[in-house]
Design a binder for this molecule. Structure first.
Ligand code: CAO
Length: 542
């Protein structure tokens, strides 16, 4: 587990948490922002130092925090384990420089007096603290352009934060001395301005300061707008206007640059209209849809919005959080996983006889035994025999990650939406224990009492609609797992035994699997084995 703490916040005692950028359960990359904190001088994203899953958020919006306070705990993914060591030491160090605030206007500056011969003034990279080298990620002006005090000239970025370098004067850009991707340091000249003499005398091009050193000005009341737009191409540089009033952090700007998104066109849904990663992604999605791209990539045609009230009365019902998160997960899985579903029927006649024989003992124990406990048990056996079903693909799709533990997720239908609590080490448990645990997890899910650990670590899932009905369905794989078993309602059917039709209780099973990881033949073999195990489970339990 990696603790994410408030980094060095300079000379301020306390800062306020103004935004939570992630939710518990989210899978994070290194540098993904976890929270945004803000002093009266500047705002700052606190990124994750490891890739992994967010297991807890220790703060809420509005909380005041100090340097070193615990913000969140991230369970490092295996691939991110190498970052752990770094993270441990980095906790003591500033994780992220505050996003610099807009440069305070130089005091005593008299910009209204244009009298005096124009003179050339160099604008330098200001004090960027311990960042060392920084990279120019945006050049917002070109030679010949007229600028006012505070107009954005250049944006530089370290691996921790970004910083705007504004014009210290009214004037005209004489020359731009840097280009996008140049590496610069404190003191590197970035541009020369042609300004009126009196202005420069009154205000000798002050070196901008680090955010935490910047004296408070009226503009410091606002969270710092960060990069105004994505890195322009060489040809665009001279034509793009400096963008105003865009508020986004370094990770978001990096994503925008990677996707070629102009942040000035993105609507920010974060606190104080801050642009989040999701905003950038939604923007891309909308753009793709509006262009009508239908093939490949994310070019999914949008379902046109309609005014349904034209056809009759309607009412709005907001989705619960569980439903929204569930919808995202399901959609992500549906888009990423090529699904195939294998159907079969298991003869559960003997199993049902056995289960019913346990009824009175179950009542004494206070445990209700449904077919599900036996299915969990049978699945564990089948998973042991077919290890690729108890696996995930690594992100590059080059390796199976074969899990040596058998944690079975169970889809539970609740008022709030679908939840999938996990029975840990299900293979080690007997039918009584499994039955008790299924009831307990289902109750906790319905009462909204599941903890994070109840929902994590599944290796294979079962979605049982047997208590409800149906003869078959195609469950969606609970990625990054690679398979899920759907269970429908058993029915007594005439089955040919070679000499006659006999009534047998048949249980419909539907195995959806990730065809990237599993071949149809493998799925067929898994299902055939599973069906046999279920038919003969009593002996397996003895
Ligand atoms: N065929 C026939 N009867 C079945 C059955 C099956 N396959 N599975 C369960 N039953 C019976 C049970 O024996 C029980 O009967 P009695 O009340 O007579 O004893 C009854 O149906 C109700 O069972 P249950 O649903 O309470 O218990 P369960 O252990 O089968 O399932 C749980 C527990 C939590 C999985 C279930 O309640 C649930 O929420 N299912 C919905 C899952 C879901 O939504 N999946 C879809 C996900 S994708 O959108």
């Amino acid at each position: 587990m990696t603790e994410i703490r408030v980094p060095d916040i300079g000379d301020v005692d306390e800062v306020e948490v103004i935004e939570l950028c992630v939710a518990v359960g989210d899978v994070l990359e290194v540098d993904d922002s976890i929270v945004v904190i803000e002093s009266d001088k500047a705002s700052m994203e606190v990124p994750s130092t490891v890739a992994g899953k967010l297991v807890s958020l220790e703060v809420a919006v509005g909380d005041s925090v100090r340097q070193g306070d615990l913000l969140a705990i991230v369970e490092a993914a295996e691939a991110g384990a190498e970052h752990e060591a770094l993270a441990a030491t980095a906790q003591a160090e500033p994780e992220s420089e505050p996003e610099p605030e807009r440069q305070a206007e130089p005091e005593n500056e008299d910009q209204s007096d244009p009298v005096g011969a124009p003179e050339s003034v160099e604008v330098l990279v200001p004090d960027i603290g311990d960042a060392g080298d920084v990279v120019v990620i945006e050049v917002a002006v070109s030679a010949g352009q007229t600028v006012s005090v505070d107009d954005l000239l250049v944006v530089v970025e370290s691996d921790k934060a970004s910083m705007e370098i504004p014009s210290p004067h009214d004037g005209e850009v004489e020359a731009v001395l840097v280009s996008v991707d140049d590496t610069v340091q404190s003191g590197t000249p970035i541009a020369t301005l042609r300004v009126h003499g009196s202005a420069t005398k009154a205000s000798p091009a002050p070196a901008p300061q680090k955010a935490q050193d910047t004296p408070r000005s009226e503009k410091a009341e606002q969270p710092q707008p960060a990069a105004k737009k994505p890195r322009p191409s060489a040809s665009e540089e001279s034509t793009q206007k400096p963008a105003k009033d865009v508020y986004a952090g370094p990770a978001v700007r990096r994503l925008a640059r990677e996707l070629g998104v102009d942040l000035t066109e993105v609507r920010g849904t974060g606190n104080r209209s801050r642009i989040t990663k999701d905003d950038v992604k939604s923007h891309v999605k909308e753009r793709m849809q509006s262009k009508g791209a239908v093939s490949g990539g994310t070019g999914i045609p949008a379902i046109p919005a309609q005014d349904f009230s034209r056809f009759g009365p309607v009412a709005l019902e907001p989705l619960t959080r569980v439903r929204r998160v569930g919808a995202e997960n399901l959609h992500r899985s549906w888009l990423n996983v090529p699904h195939v579903t294998q159907h079969d029927e298991a003869d559960v006649t003997d199993l049902e006889d056995f289960r019913k024989s346990l009824k009175s003992e179950g009542e004494k124990r206070g445990v209700k035994v449904t077919p599900l406990a036996f299915l969990v048990k049978a699945c564990c056996q089948a998973l042991k025999d077919h290890p690729r079903f108890n696996a995930s693909l690594d992100p590059a799709g080059e390796n199976f990650i074969l899990k040596q533990y058998y944690n079975i997720g169970l889809a539970v239908d609740t008022e709030q939406g679908l939840l999938v609590p996990v029975i840990r080490e299900a293979d080690q448990k007997g039918i009584w224990e499994l039955s008790a645990e299924i009831s307990e997890l289902a109750d906790k899910a319905r009462d909204g009492k599941l903890g994070m650990t109840d929902l994590q670590g599944g290796t294979f899932s079962i979605s049982s609609l047997g208590g409800i009905g149906g003869t078959g369905f195609t469950p969606i794989v609970n990625a990054p797992e690679v398979a899920i078993l759907g269970v429908s309602r058993m029915a007594t059917k005439p089955v040919w035994n070679g000499g006659e039709f006999v009534p047998r209780k048949m249980l419909p099973l539907s195995l959806s699997y990730d065809h990237k990881a599993i071949n149809g033949a493998e799925a067929g073999r898994f299902m055939t084995d599973l069906v046999q195990i279920i038919a003969d489970l009593r002996r397996a339990l003895l």
